[in-house]
Write a protein of this length. Structure first.
Length: 265
């Protein structure tokens, strides 16, 4: 059977049209901005804003994304810094969060931000030099964490979400009494106990929570003969903040009554 020229041409024209359509589709695909795909994947912006000119070490960072997984952020930080981050796949899988318009931040600042996110998932960091271990709060309290001995002075407690142990030496207030009263103010997995021999409290929790109870202990430990008593009273209907203001006004009025103005001679 002979094929005429007129029969062959349409076949080649058809193949040529398919080929051209494929090229056009590929061209359109490559012209779509990469940022659009990054946003669809939830990557957003993670970049080094400033490096040390001599060593190349990353100094400042920019973060701006509305949905990203912890795993992706940890992998990126490990590549761009000298941090070694250890985390169980099951602990961080499908854990998403947002960092919006966070520009020119240091490594320590971004770690503190991520710690706040981890707390929502009952996770935390245990840091040792350049090693960060991501683990559950319950496991972290049993690991080797920083230990500090202080008096009832909140200024000696770091305002961080890192898990730490503080030995708080009391002078007047009873450590045994305070341990039972203050327990509800700590995280559920936190540890607190009293050493009756030294009248000291030993507390393991995130440092920001310890800071809160040390602020209370500072007032409780002030009285020499009659140290203040602490009570934690759960409220059912009243608002704690408005009630706090009311009680402060009452105490101020009582102080004014106890100290009447002196009459001038």
């Amino acid at each position: 059977m002979k094929m005429h020229r007129n029969d062959v041409c349409p076949m080649w024209v058809q193949k040529l049209n398919i080929y051209l359509i494929a090229l056009v589709c590929f061209g359109l695909f490559t012209l779509i901005p990469g940022d659009l795909f990054a946003q669809q994947r939830g990557q957003g912006t993670m970049e080094v804003a400033e490096r040390d000119e001599e060593t190349g070490e990353a100094l400042l960072f920019n973060f701006d994304f509305t949905s990203n997984e912890l795993k992706n952020v940890f992998e990126w930080l490990s590549r761009e810094t000298n941090l070694a981050i250890l985390a169980s796949e099951s602990d961080i899988r499908d854990k998403k969060f947002a960092l919006i318009n966070l520009n020119g931040v240091t490594l320590d600042e971004i770690i503190e931000k991520i710690k706040t996110v981890l707390a929502r998932y009952d996770l935390t960091f245990v840091r040792s030099d350049s090693l960060l271990i991501v683990t559950t709060f319950e496991k972290a309290t049993t690991m080797n964490v920083p230990v500090k001995i202080i008096g009832p002075d909140p200024g000696q407690v770091e305002m961080t979400d890192e898990i730490q142990t503080y030995i708080i030496q009391l002078e007047n207030a009873s450590a045994s009494e305070q341990a039972n009263v203050l327990k509800p103010l700590l995280n559920k997995q936190a540890n607190i106990f009293a050493d009756a021999m030294t009248n000291a409290l030993v507390v393991t929790d995130v440092a920001s929570s310890i800071h809160r109870i040390v602020t209370i202990l500072q007032f409780a430990d002030e009285g020499e003969r009659f140290p203040l008593k602490i009570a934690v009273i759960p409220l059912v209907y009243a608002d704690a903040e408005s009630l706090e203001g009311t009680l402060e006004n009452i105490f101020e009025d009582n102080e004014a009554d106890d100290n009447p103005p002196q009459r001038q001679a």
